[in-house]
Write a protein that binds this ligand. Sequence first.
Ligand SMILES: [Zn+2]
Length: 332
Amino acid sequence: MRTAEVVDRYISAQLPNPELYPRLHELVVKHMIHGPCGPRCMKDGKCSKHFPHDFQEETKLDEDGYPSYARPDNGITVTKSSGFVVNNRYVVPHCPNLLLELNCHINVEVVSSIKAVKYLYKYIFKGHDSAAMKIVDGSVVYDECESFLDSRYMGSAEAVWRILGYELHGQSHSISRLPLHLPGEQRVSFVDAENEDELRAAMEKMSMLMEYFELNSRDPKARELYYHEIPEKYTWKKISTSGEPTKMQWCERKSHFNVIGRMYSVSPTNQELFHLRILLNHVKGAKSFEDLKRVDGQDEPCQTFTQTCLELGLVKDDKEWEKVLNESKNYH
Ligand SMILES: [Zn+2]
């Protein structure tokens, strides 16, 4: 579904049809109309909230992810008691369900771009609350010279926090998500399926798991680690060697960084993959899928990952119960 269609599902900037939705229509007119503009919103001769908006047939999102909502010129108007005529150009974006539920002014907008993250981060870095005022004998005195110097208000809790030298914000670990897949079933992505070169390049791309086996083949230190420990010491990086196309590879970390590796979870009903996951949690240093199926360095690998888990005693099968039943049959 297009993003604009998702927006239209939850957010409206239109007057509802009064015959089909009388209650909603009444609430939109009561709470969600901006206008006529006055001294509260006007700045430099323009409305600071950009009202009235232009008519527009459908919702559009610009390249930064900011929407301009559908405001069709459909002839639905309302005349307010002041004589002000309202049409779709004056409706504040809202969520009809919320409006019906809560019966008050609630402006709802879409936030879908990366800028939302910047917006949240701003609060960490923008500094303290400041106030420029002084109270002498119970009345507020405004000293222009003094207000020129930035004054700062700090509560006792924050003051203690700073005196003790604690961090003002913290960052925890980052999680490196490790893919799991059976041999030849890694995820492949390409844009143009017609383009054979692109397809071939996509098929040849190594997954994190395949590269983990390669890493074990070339780096003895990596063989000391389980798959999920690899991101602590190695980083998944783009490598370019002259003459060859760039590829992703596990490279040793130069500096310590708080990273935890986690494999995707697998349902036990997906048997082989589930057992592959168990093996990766218990076996270090495998150099290939086949290698992972070798129990105690035997030449002949097991047939399946499930079989290998059974051989290693990591899982149990139903044989135990069969034995018990046979035994009691013989006994009786
Ligand atoms: Zn205005």
